[in-house]
Design a protein around this ligand. Structure first.
Ligand code: FMN
Length: 371
């Protein structure tokens, strides 16, 4: 982006959004800013945040405020990570390398997309101090997928986030209207390898490289083959979060892909509480939720709109142990086969025997969309 000549420059997210619409080509801007279908979910992601209300607690010493937390055991300066966003050189010549340097500077983790405009090893080399995760789209061509993953592992990436909410390309109507195609000069190494060609290509055609047949068995195979923790990105229900834990995922990333995939699903922030309730940090012996992971405030939690004030539990691990609840019919095939009602495991066994997944509240749609 060019320099802002007058005034203080962009200071709010909305300022950056406006600025992006000024400096990006209309087609590229439509790709970055748009959602799927009628963009109901895109708007709902924003509206939901506007509906939530804070419940401030007072007379708590806030002379020192600490936003640090941990994610998968990794210390981060704040409970915000950089979401995987494809094609970053489309917005800035520094692309993913610049983003990785910025993430490192901010003391947080960056998740690099499969559809990055640089190879995983290049991003790692450009920002040696960065802590990187690799977002994986499992391509129909498993050879390409495996090669990308090995490169990320060798380059020192620390986790894999398997995106599961894009088995089919979302119908991005802005792209259809603008006829947007990735310019040939914005090379996407994974796509070039998978298609054997480099040239203008539509986003839908890129997403058609993703294997629509991916299943829980594939996840389990990935988990057992991977030397890195595997998170599932794109979980929106408690049932799927429980399945993810059952199949060995190290965590779930609650996400609707910024409203860019299935239009009409709920806002991410509105379902987070249900997922956290199912697989997140549980209650302590006194029945109250653990307090770890809530170090950046004064004990105030968001009030669920119109609800009982159930608290969303973002990054960090809770103090009370990992709790599971009944996930509903057909939710856990393996366990169901083993015996009816097996989902109701005693808490102690769950806490000891199962991995404790991190339930990540990531940057919501409008924030995550900005570069
Ligand atoms: C322009 C753009 C590109 C994106 N590319 C990817 C991607 O390559 N892989 C992926 O898993 N998610 C991708 N996302 C989704 C984001 O990682 C993220 O989920 C979204 O911006 C925030 O919405 P959420 O809070 O519902 O997750 C992209 C989002 C945007 C706006």
């Amino acid at each position: 982006m060019g320099a802002v000549e007058e005034g203080p420059g962009p200071i709010s997210v909305a300022d950056y959004e406006r600025r992006a619409s000024e400096v990006l080509d209309p087609g590229a801007h439509g790709y970055f800013a748009g959602g799927a279908g009628d963009e109901r979910t895109l708007r709902e992601n924003v509206a939901a945040f506007a509906r939530w209300r804070l419940r401030p607690r007072v007379l708590v010493d806030v002379s020192e405020v600490d936003t640090r937390t941990t994610v998968l055991g990794e210390p981060v300066s704040m409970p915000i990570l950089v979401a995987p966003v494809a094609f970053q050189r489309l917005a800035h010549p520094d692309g993913e390398a610049g983003m990785a340097r910025a993430a490192a500077g901010a003391g947080t983790v960056m998740c690099v997309s499969t559809l990055a405009t640089a190879r995983p090893a290049e991003v790692a080399a450009a920002a040696p101090e960065a802590r990187l995760w690799f977002q994986l789209y499992c391509f129909r061509d498993r050879g390409v997928t495996r090669a990308l993953l090995s490169e990320a592992v060798e380059a020192g990436f620390r986790a894999v986030a398997l995106t599961v909410d894009a088995p089919r390309p979302g119908r991005r109507e802005r792209d259809l209207r603008s006829g947007f195609r990735l310019p040939a000069e914005v090379g996407v190494p994974s796509v070039a390898t998978a298609t054997g060609a480099q040239g203008p290509i539509s986003v839908a055609d890129v997403l058609r490289l993703v294997d629509p047949a991916l299943s829980w068995d594939d996840l389990e195979a990935l988990v057992s083959d991977s030397s890195l923790p595997v998170l599932i990105k794109g979980v929106m229900t408690a049932e799927d979060a429980v399945l993810a834990a059952d199949r060995g995922a190290a965590g779930v990333i609650v996400s609707n892909h910024g409203g860019r995939q299935l239009d009409g699903v709920a806002a991410t922030v509105d379902v987070l509480g249900d997922v956290a309730e199912a697989v997140g940090p549980g209650r302590g012996a006194d029945g109250r939720r653990g307090e770890a992971g809530n170090r950046c405030g004064n004990g105030a939690g968001p009030r669920r709109p119109g609800g009982a004030g159930r608290q969303a539990r973002p990054l960090g691990s809770g103090g009370g142990g990992y709790r599971r609840r009944q996930a509903g019919p057909g939710a856990a095939p393996r366990r169901a086969r083993a015996g009816a009602g097996a989902l109701r495991l005693p808490r102690a066994r769950v806490g000891l025997a199962r991995p404790r997944p991190a339930v990540l509240l990531r940057v919501p749609g409008p924030l995550g969309r900005r570069l």
